[in-house]
Design a protein around this ligand. Sequence first.
Ligand code: SF4
Length: 722
Amino acid sequence: MDITGKVQSISKKKGSFAFDVLIKDETLKVVSKTEIPELKKGERVAITNLTKKRSFLSSYLEMTEESLITLHPHIRFNPSEIDYANYCKYAPFILKLTGNSRFDDGVMERDFYNTIRGIEPKDPKMTELSDKFIKDIKAKFSFREFEISKKFGIFMKNTLYFSRFPAVFSGNEIRAKFQAIENKLDKYLVINKDSGKLDEFNMTFEEKKSLLNLRNEMVQLYYEKMSDEMLDKECTETCPLFNTCKRIRKYPRDFDVFSTYFSSFLKKDHYFRKKYIKIIREGENPERKSLEIHAVEIHPYSILAKISSNEPSIRKGEDILIIEKPPLDRKIFGKVQNISFEEISCESNVPAANPELVTPLESYEFNYNGIVELIFSQSPLKELFIKNGTIQESVIPQEKYIENDEDQNRAVNLIMSESPFVLVKGEAGSGKKFIAKKAVDKFIQKGRNTLIVTDLRKKEFEKYFSGAENLIKVMDLKDAYRNKEKYDNLFLFLTGTLEPDNIISLAGNCKKIVVFTNNLKEKFYNEEKVPESLKAMLHSQHRFGKHILHFVATLLSDVMKEKEDSEVKIINKDNASPAFLPIINPEKYVQFISISGKVMGKKNKWNKEEGDLTVNIVTEFIKSGVERSAIGIIVPFERQKALLEKLLEEKKITDVDVFEPNEAEEKEVIIINLVENNEIKSPFKKADNLKMVLTRARSKLILVGNKNPAKKDKNLNKVIKK
Ligand code: SF4
C-alpha cells in the first residue's frame, strides 16, 4: 500500500523508527526497521509499498525493503536537475542561480516520436533514424507531453515509451530511470541515435532509492539554511561549478553573504515551482485564467485561431499551455507567435488536433549571475551594495558639455568622473536620456562600453542610443539580471524600485553604475551612503511647455523650471474637417474629449467608440499635414491596443504607433484613451503610470474618455481639475 500525508510525531526505539502520519483526518503509525531520511514534524511525505500489520493493541504500517520515501512530494523537480544533485545538493540550484543551467527537456524523444508518426520532422536527421525502424516496431512507441508524479515529486516533459517500457536517447538515461520509478518498472530502454539500436537496462531497487534520496536532499534545502559544511567540502574538478564554488568558499564572511542571497533565491524558486505545476496540472492560470480559442487552421506545429476576447492578456512570445477539447483533453506546450484583435497564432511542441483553450504559463527563469561576481570581487560597488559602506568622494571634472542647463552639465561631469557610482534624479522631461547620450558618446571616444538598462520602453531607448554597436547595448531590466557580459558602465533607468538581489546582480558585471530615476523624493537603495557630491538633481523641463507642465504638475515630485510651449506644426489646416478643427488646434496644448462609449471585457477591456474617435482624430491630423511618426496613442489595455491597430489598418494608416503604458514613447502629439466608464481600474490608476503616459507629449496632449470615472479617480481628478 502507498500513502501520502503529514508527519505528526517521530520516535526512535531500539533501532526501529516510528512516526505518525496524518492522512486527511486519520493518523496512521508507520514503522521502519531500516534507516529513513531525517524527518521533521509537519513535513509532507509519500511512502510506497507499506504492509499493514496488527499488534496486540493497534494496527500500524510497516515499511518494507521495497518502500520508497519522498519528502514534500508536492514540490516537483525534473530528472536532469536531480542528475546534477549527484555532484551535491547545492549544484542544481547554484547552476540556476548563476544562469549556467541547461536542463534537458526530452526534445529528441519528442521529435523522434513525431517523425515515426509521419509528421514533418522539426529535426530532419530524425527521418534517417526513423527509417531504420520497421512499421510494426514504430507502432509500439507511445508518447506523453508530460508526467507529474504525485508520489515521487517529479515533473517530466516529453516522455517516450516502447511498449510499456521507458525509452530515451543515450545521454537522457536519468529521465528513463524516473519514468521507470513512476511506472513501478525495473527496466528501461536506450535508443542509439546513430544505429537506432534499442538496448535494455535493468534498475536495482538501491538505484531507485538513491535517486530519490538525491531528490529528498534537494527539497530539504528549501527548509534549511545553507550549511557551513560546504566550506569544507572536497569537490572534484569534474563538477561544472568547481571554479564558482571555489570562489564562494574562499572567505567565510563572503560565504555568509552568498548564503543569504542563496536563501532568497530558493524562496522565489520554491514559489514559482509550485505555481508552474499548479497551472500545468489544472490547465488554468490561477490569476490570469485561460483564453478560449476557435481553431481555423491547424498545421503540424502551428495553430491559427479566432478569439473574441483576451482576458488573460496573453502576449506575443509568451510560453503557453494549449488544451484540447474532450475526449482528447491533452495539454500541449507551445508559444504565442502573434496575437491581434481577432486572431491568435501559436506554435505547438507537438501537433495539436482539437485545441480549445490557451493558458499563459508564466515560465520562470531568474538567475543572478552577477551576485557571485560582486560578492567575491574587490569592486568599490561591493562596499556600497553589500557591506553597506559609503562611497568615497571623487574629483569632479569641470568641462562644458551642455550650454543652457547647469544641472545637466554637472550631471555629465559627475558621470565622467572616476566615481564608481553616480545618482541622477530628474522628473519626466528633465533630460536624463539626453545627459546619458552625451556621456555615452564621450565614453565611446575613450573606447569604453556602456550597457543601458531600462525597466520600461526598451524600444524607445534602442532608437535613442543607436549606433556604435560594439560599445553600447540596450537591455530590458528583466534580461539584464541574467546578463553575463562585462561592461565598463551600466546606465540604469528606473521608474520603479529595485530589490537588493537585483541591484547586486547588475553591479557584479560592471565597473561603474549611473542610476537615472524620475522621482526626486524616493530614496534609491543605500542612497544615504552616497555623498551629495555624487548626486545630480535636474530641475528644468525640456520636453514640453508650460501648459502641459501645469496640467501634470500635481503628479510630479519636483517643481520644475518651465519652458515655452511648442506648437505642433499644422501645414494644411484647410484639409481638415471643420468639426475637428477645435481638436487639432495647435494652440490648445491639453484637451479632454469626453465620450461615453461601451466598455467590453472584464480585465482586458476595450471601448470601440473611443477607438473610432481616436482614429478619426489621427486621420484629421494626417490630413492637415502632421507627420504620422509625430503621433502616438497610449491605451491602458492590450485589447484596446489590438483594436486600435485593427481600426488604423482598416484606414490604411500603418505607421502611427499605439502603445501600452510600459512601452509608451515620446511624440509631438499624444492621444490617450481611458477606455473605462465607471471606475478607473486600469494601470492608469497608479500615479506613476499616469504620470508616465501624460508626460510623453511634447506639444499636444489629448485625453479621450468618459469624464465621470476620471473625476472619481484621485490622481486623474487632480490633473483634470486644472
Ligand atoms: S563544486 Fe562542490 S560544492 Fe560546488 S556544486 Fe560542485 S560538488 Fe557542490
